[in-house]
Design a protein around this ligand. Sequence first.
Ligand code: KDG
Ligand code: MG
Length: 405
Amino acid sequence: MIIDKIEVFVCCPGRNFVTVKVTTSDGVYGLGDATVNGREQAVVALLEEHVIPCLIGRNAHDIEDIWQYLYRGVYWRRGPINMAATAAIDMALWDIKGKVAGLPVYQLLGGKSRKGVTLYAHANGENIAQTLDNAQKHADAGFKAIRLQSAVPGLDVTYGVLGDKKDYFEMQGNRPLPPEEAWSTPKYFNMITDLFAEARSRLGNEVQLVHDVHSRLTPIESARLGKLLEPYNLMFLEDASMAENQDNYKLIRQHTTTPLAIGETYNTIWDCKDLIQNQLIDYIRVAATHAGGITALRRITDFASLFNVKLAPHGAPDLSPVCLAAHMHLDIWAPNFGVQEFVGFGNDDLRNIFPHSTEVVDGMAYLSDAPGLGVEFNEEAAKAFPYKRSYLPVSRLEDGTMWNW
Ligand code: KDG
Ligand code: MG
């Protein structure tokens, strides 16, 4: 099982995806996701120039040693670009091991801890009524958990709530530079409790509700929000504040019993170690692509289990179906799994490029017995969707101050 060839593909069926394909001397191949949105070509260059040459000729079965080699063996540890390159190789090697064993990856992790993976869907809207109409559709389709985001009245665009507007790339007139949008905490507070009060009266108490603040609040504002939302019994409040200073969450935790979630931008176990071991969060939202692959997420998940923190992997549309598959295998295995973010399997082009074997019924995902990750990559179909430079928006206060503290 010698690593013979490693190829990197970038395609853009709506969003850019960086896909890694590792092929062994026996002709078995595995797939990994190395997408870091807005920095896609940086990961490609790192892989092609510095990572791939070191791996050719190694034994594809040595997943742990290759992970340690890529993590400890480099002088420049950690960081999103580095860890995404490591992650993609790691996922591909797990895919290969599963294919060789004739087993799905979750069996290699220890088998299933549950029948299916509970998903949370996204309900967004230009106003509260529209958000709740969309939430009702998800509830009717059987989703047991729903994330609610509503545009903030008085702000032109609210992050994560494009509603009927075009996507960010089109909104910039296809000008490939980061768009900018305004944020106002007072305007947000004027809307947010109404959203959850009306949600409970329309959707009832059974459905689990989630909200993502996208780190727009300071710690004391987050503490206030958590307190205000307590009557509406959220499953969790995500990214209430930035936490480079992990003590921020001590402050929030002192004031509220609303469960807290964070982690989609984290790259290693060290980024969440204090939050987990001090029980300052309830859900850890790491992504296999950004935090070092299946090997790293398994380690974070086991560590989190000691402190009653549950795994709730990131599942945004800028993670490829290969990453989503990796998450589903971890989710079905993890004894301390919480919930998986899920925005659907994408448009027809995306599904054609990444055919997969997972089924979603009544808001639950069911994995097949396909060996490995159970997802394919159609190289020919991908060629029709070349890379398009695009970025997420930059957030400023209304007076022009750069935001996201
Ligand atoms: O790349 C950033 C997006 O993936 C992110 O903004 C989406 O916050 C997000 C989420 O929870 O899905
Ligand atoms: Mg988020």
